[in-house]
Design a protein around this ligand. Sequence first.
Ligand SMILES: *Cc1c(COP(=O)(O)O)cnc(C)c1O
Length: 405
Amino acid sequence: MTLAPNVYDAEPIPEAARAEIDRLLQSGDLFRYTAPENAPVSLLEREFADLMGVKYALAVSSCSAALFLSLKALGLPRDTKVLIPAFTFAAVPSSVVHADCQPVLVDVMDNYRIDMADFERKLTDEIGAVIISHMRGHTSDMDAIMALCDAKGIPVVEDAAHSLGTLWHGQKIGTIGKIGCFSFQSYKMLNAGEGGVLITNDPDVVARAVIMSGAYEHNWKKHKAPEGQNTSELEDAFARWQNKLPLYNQRLSNLSAAVIRPQIPELERRVTDGLRNHDYVAEHLNTSPWIDVPAPLAPETRAPDSIQFNLVDMTDEETRAFMDAAKARGVSVQVFGMHTDNARAHWNWEFIGDQGALPGTDKMLMRACDTRLPVRLKKPELDFIAGALIAAAEDVKARASVAAE
Ligand SMILES: *Cc1c(COP(=O)(O)O)cnc(C)c1O
């Protein structure tokens, strides 16, 4: 019998990181701006920009910092309203509040994607920016979102914290809006413990974000335009913003960059394995009458390292019993809305004030289950997880039918 798989440990950091970390420990050169050039953080930025096919990347201390700096770099006045999905991680409304703006929540449907009718209704002239959170890698209708925002000249920031490797019509998620933000926290595709990065093709956006991230004095000179490209576009932007902006010191350490860089060549394998594992488990789960794994939208190619599914025809009591039954069978499941402190349930964001009714999101949160599915899992472990979840639903429903007799 296969034992319940460990779904908490990350993949080991590639061996190649050791030599570079040892070199950094020997030299004590941990600060990104000490070396005249080619600091690990600068190399990471160039490699990440090239990977994504964009001009500029700025590595920072977290994706939350990247989101905050994105809003600051857009120059939004105090109290600007920023539209965000009602289903996301608490970091997103928090970054809006941190940037002195006001979050406005848009409703989400039971496939975890933005309700476009509510989006259109709430995209008023008061909205100064939109953050699209590709929550757990689920991509909303980016064609419709970009058409509506472009028509109104509203900038879109993509929170792709947990979506590195996801494609939309074959285009990399995070390169569709004006700015894309990613996380290097341990539960994401590239793991440095903590860290984040923002990407853009806009020289003024990146120049402003670089300065505010803590490139004091002339440290911005260590941020280079892509090789072979005109460098004056970026230099002119830095000259425009020099001494005009506050410094929030949200830089990344060289040690973190040294941990991330050797993982970049692993990304393609992680994405392929993650998608194969997810779709394998999804296919099994969808054979249960009590479980529904929503299909991706047609243009979307996912890069999952967890699985979300909805319980079908279950009461609140049965939903709680399902979590207990799954746990008893060795698989931990969270129903987003069933815990008093889940950071992805919008009613736990008491700091943003009343947002009015969000019926689609509320209904979804009370039945949507979240299970980790690290990309390193093998088929027997996937079978164990799928089998335990299907059996847990049957446990609950068998009990219910006995009770009804
Ligand atoms: C993890 C995550 C964040 C926050 O990333 P940090 O690097 O921990 O700040 C934001 N949004 C989503 C959707 C996430 O999954």
